[in-house]
Write a protein that binds this ligand. Structure first.
Ligand code: C2E
Ligand code: MG
Ligand code: MG
Ligand code: MG
Length: 286
């Protein structure tokens, strides 16, 4: 046994797996078939105007329920997609489903904006701009109804390379939002260098507002920064009424979080949109 232990082969971990705890081959096979069988879906989370609670937008969040492993969190499968060069493929499918949902809602006279997440590293080449342009065309969708939330801006090393791609997307009429603002050191540089329309305050700060003076100071100043830079401010991760009120008093434009609504399937969202239309007073009850 000791001898066998001594001769146990040592694998040289290749570059792409070097940053991971483990390389999960079976997850990779499952992801591949989930993509090809189109089994990754979306849930939609409402975004409301802070002044009157009207649903003005929805964020599409990717969901994957594997038959054996159950629900796999997006943080996990998005990283996996990235490692195997499948992020654009995932985006294509999520975008397609989001634009389908937008068309369904439009047919019912419902017109919230749609936000779709795209990782910053996807902006280093112009394939993402072409993908967005093509999706809008195949769905005959109004580009101005679409917002791209750019996540993980800390990972862009060369903003000058990304700038062209951002501008290309902006020229389509699509709005650009900087997601999770405040968590990454490159956030301010990204904000300064790239043509954003909207700023989403990271939920870590929002969730700590009720107990931390520092969190409140950060959020308050980020909202002011957004206002002065003529960006729409969005707070995510609002979990209680107290936080909602604090944000409203600070002049935050748009809110999102479990206190308002969880991510939901399209039919559930459509029911709420109908309720709001028929009973405008419901808006104030957020
Ligand atoms: P994100 O874009 O910042 O999305 C917000 C996350 O917070 C979502 O988690 C949402 O379900 C969750 N959330 C919303 N309200 C609350 C709340 O009140 N309390 C708490 N604790 N959480 C709340 P989710 O769906 O697990 O997504 C996690 C992250 O995965 C997203 O963060 C986004 O960065 C990424 N992601 C999701 N879908 C996609 C996608 O289609 N493409 C890409 N590239 N990334 C995606
Ligand atoms: Mg987001
Ligand atoms: Mg976020
Ligand atoms: Mg986040």
């Amino acid at each position: 046994d000791q001898a066998r232990e001594a001769y146990r082969p040592v694998f040289i971990i290749s570059d792409f797996a070097a940053d991971s705890e483990e390389w999960d081959y079976s997850l990779q096979a499952r992801l591949e078939s989930a993509l090809s069988e189109d089994r990754i879906s979306i849930k939609l989370q409402p975004q409301v105007a802070m002044n009157d609670g009207t649903i003005v937008g929805v964020e599409a969040l990717a969901r994957w329920v594997d038959v054996e492993r159950g629900e796999i969190p997006p943080s996990r499968f998005i990283l996996q997609c990235e490692r195997v060069g499948r992020l654009d493929e995932l985006t294509k499918r999520i975008l397609g489903k989001s634009l389908d949902a937008m068309a369904d809602m439009a047919r019912a006279g419902q017109n919230p904006r749609m936000s779709v997440n795209v990782s910053a590293i996807q902006f280093v080449d112009s394939r993402i701009a072409e993908l967005i342009e093509k999706s809008l065309a195949t769905h005959s969708a109004d580009a101005r109804q679409l917002t791209i939330e750019v996540t993980e801006t800390a990972r862009i090393e060369d903003f000058s390379a990304a700038r062209d791609v951002f501008e290309q997307i902006g020229r389509l009429g699509v709005r650009l939002s900087i997601d999770d603002f405040g968590v990454a050191s490159a956030n301010l540089e990204a904000l300064y260098e790239l043509p954003f329309d909207e700023l989403k305050i990271d939920q870590m700060f929002v969730q700590n507002m009720h107990r931390s003076q520092t969190a409140r100071a950060i959020v308050s100043n980020v909202i002011r920064l957004a206002r002065e830079a003529k960006l729409v401010s969005v707070a995510e991760g609002i979990e209680d009424k107290e936080t909602f009120e604090l944000l409203r008093n600070l002049g935050c434009d748009i809110g999102q979080g479990y206190h308002i609504a969880r991510p939901m399937v399209l039919s559930g969202l459509q029911e709420i949109l109908d309720l709001q239309r028929d009973h405008p007073m419901l808006r104030h009850q957020t």
